[in-house]
Ligand binder design. Sequence first.
Ligand SMILES: Cc1cc2nc3c(=O)[nH]c(=O)nc-3n(C[C@H](O)[C@H](O)[C@H](O)COP(=O)(O)O)c2cc1C
Length: 332
Amino acid sequence: MAKLFQEFKLKNLHLKNRIVMAPMCMYSAGADALLTPWHYAHYLARATGGAGAILLEATAVSPEGRITEADLGLYADEQIPRFRKLTAAIREQGAAVGIQLAHAGRKSRTRGKIIAPSPLAFPTLKTPEAMSETEIERIVDAFGEAAKKAHLSGFDFLEIHAAHGYLINQFLSPLTNQRQDEYGKDRTLFLRRILEAVRKNWPEEKALWVRVSAEEFHPEGLRPEALGRILKNLPIDLVDVSSGGVTGERVDAHPGYQIPFSEKIREISGLPTAAGGLITEARQAEAVLEEEKADLIYFGRELLRNPHFPLYAAKELGVEVPWPKQYIRAKI
Ligand SMILES: Cc1cc2nc3c(=O)[nH]c(=O)nc-3n(C[C@H](O)[C@H](O)[C@H](O)COP(=O)(O)O)c2cc1C
């Protein structure tokens, strides 16, 4: 059977195929950073469309960690019930469901002060305040608390957003972390402390993913080799490989351009990876898996265009997959 439609197991995470819906901000949260009817329609459509895993968009662990005032949050108990309802509905459609926990740091466009490891502004945005030790503790705790809430919300897996120039990436990158303290001497310390706090509140048997920008497209920025070595020693189960977003650089993106980063990280860290970026066809995805350059493939914009992409992909690769019974009469 085509690899794209083979099962994938990671701890007690069980995917029916290797297709992951990439995390994508919808900027559609209601008051108090709550899920709205838009989110139910959006995520359930991709679950009925046959994706193996639905990964919810960047969801802030604290109010100032939102990218915009319309981002989702998971920092108050009142936010849990709506997530519970959504996770149950997604699972009922046969997909596993995860959430990406994030803090925007200097890339936040919210009102009020914004924070970062160093007081360096992202082009066109406000200058952030350098985080005090107390603030670092607060955010580490916020990730831990959000992990607890994610478990209570019924998520099957958790992803920590350490990519795209957001707060954790700002600590990891030499381009944005100019601190003189221990968080500057060891740029991985902030992420390691967050993972420690998350692991205390996220059951050991549940999978923990980290998304990284494996390539910062800057001569002094991080590269896949360095990141692979960092990731090798972290208490995580899978690396979701992306790139860019740290300095506002222009990137020559083309189909599959991030796959070599995944290959490198997979080889150096020894961890399974999810890879993607401008992958729009079943055969492209299948080739990446066949060549063992990644274990899972994420699809972003293609799934926005076509929620039923997995059903078409199965047909193209000659695999028989069940259709939702309500749609059987439309089966291709
Ligand atoms: C509308 C939109 C919102 C996105 N929001 C997020 C996000 O919340 N977190 C994240 O890590 N990446 C985000 N991304 C990046 C996607 O997860 C994905 O990596 C990127 O779109 C490349 O994959 P694609 O070519 O299949 O779309 C977003 C992309 C789009 C198009």
